[in-house]
Design a protein around this ligand. Structure first.
Ligand code: NAD
Ligand code: WQD
Length: 336
């Protein structure tokens, strides 16, 4: 029996594929490569010495997915596929709603048609909007500040409704905080297209000389050093969290929402300092605030500990060291 990873060639999916292969799972990946490269999966197989099966498929396409489900003995699904750039979602809201919702609907229909009952879904801390941190899973989610976040809230609702109508369906909705870092081999990592939107890949590209300096977006927030605080999480810890969530989904039915973070806030300036300690200093300047940023985002992680027996093991310096190891070994990402 196999686990299907939709979007499994991407950043979090490739790290999760590696972890699950090491745990002895049989892995099938469906990805249309719109934001990734098949090279990530070639390297996952090289690192683990194990094979997976790859389908270049559009998860929103019923015919692509029917073909996959009829050929493969899928028993569980981890659903990563979708578009994830917050700013782009504001510029292209219909594309984001179309892709993210269609992928999920097609997947749920195929799962129902083929009797597949276990699902883990990549949700996001963005669903908490500008609520009061540390965020707990039961906190209200009155709305998001961008279409990307709305797609995550809508998909959480769709899966919850599907599970209400099918008592056999088991779903774990994982709300990730800020995944960063890379596998310590330096062979797989985050490969953003164009100018990175996110802090860690931007810092890494400054360190490699590809960007001149980091702009810290605001130092006048109501935080101890004035820069924004986030709950950064090593992508290998996150991948291990998916292994635990899969085991939980297999053993239960119904829907659980679970935060995955470290439960520790780190400011932008603290992250710049940690990078300096791990890898040497980088140039930066203070700039204006970025629109849409909230001052503090941080998880309460009690539920992950209690239900999954999971907690993050890697610290901020591990995240910086592994990001740099990936960046300096692959200055142009997966491109040769
Ligand atoms: P990613 O872009 O690296 O991975 C997503 C993958 O989905 C890519 O490989 C892309 O090619 C694929 N994809 C997109 N549309 C597809 C389609 N129609 N059919 C098949 N494949 C398709 O992103 P990631 O950082 O690995 O994120 C994985 C998931 O986690 C996403 O759902 C994202 O929204 C969610 N998430 C990410 C973060 C983060 O900071 N990286 C935080 C919270 C949640
Ligand atoms: C982190 C901090 C920036 C870049 C985003 C999505 C969220 C989730 C994770 C998907 C902020 C500051 C950044 C830079 C900076 N993704 N920053 N200079 O915004 O917390 O979360 O990724 O679900 O939905 O919104 O992450 O890495 O963009 O920013 O000062 O060049 O770094 O202002 O305080 P964010 P980020």
């Amino acid at each position: 029996m196999a686990v299907l990873l939709t979007g499994g060639a991407g950043y979090i999916g490739s790290h999760t594929a590696l972890t699950l292969l090491e745990q002895g799972e049989d892995i099938v990946v469906a990805d249309n490569l719109c934001n990734s490269s098949e090279e990530s999966l070639r390297r996952v197989q090289e690192i683990t010495g194990k094979k997976l099966r790859f389908y270049q498929a559009d998860v929103a396409s019923r015919s692509d997915m029917e073909e996959l489900f009829s050929r493969e003995p899928i028993e569980s699904v981890i659903h990563f596929a979708g578009l994830k750039a917050v700013g782009e979602s504001v510029e292209q809201p219909l594309r984001y709603y179309r892709v993210n919702l269609d992928c999920t609907l097609t997947l749920l229909e195929c799962m129902a048609g083929h009797g597949v009952k276990n699902l883990v879904f990549s949700s996001s801390a963005t669903v908490y909007g500008d609520g009061r941190p540390p965020f707990r899973e039961g906190d209200p989610t009155p709305g998001c500040t961008n279409p990307y976040g709305w797609t995550k809230l809508m998909i959480e609702q769709i899966i919850t409704d599907a599970a209400a109508a099918d008592s056999g369906l088991s779903a774990v909705l994982l709300r990730y905080f800020n995944p960063v870092g890379a596998h310590p081999s330096g062979r797989i990592g985050e490969d953003p297209r164009g100018i990175p939107n996110n802090l860690m890949p931007y810092i890494a590209q400054v360190a490699s000389g590809r960007r001149e300096k980091l702009t810290v977006y605001g130092d006048d927030y109501p935080t101890p050093d004035g820069s924004c605080i986030r709950d950064y999480l090593h992508v290998c810890d996150l991948a291990e969290g998916h292994g635990r969530a899969l085991a939980y989904a297999r053993a239960h039915s119904g829907v659980e929402i679970i935060n995955l973070g470290r439960g520790q806030g780190v400011s932008v300036l603290e992250m710049v300092e940690a990078w300096g300690r791990a890898n040497g200093p980088i140039p930066y300047e203070i700039g204006p605030r970025r629109s849409g940023d909230i001052p503090v985002s941080c998880a309460n992680v009690d539920k992950a500990r209690e239900l999954l027996g999971w907690e993050a093991r890697r610290d901020v310096e591990d995240m910086c060291r592994d990001s740099w190891n990936w960046q300096r070994n692959n200055p142009l990402g997966y491109e040769k």
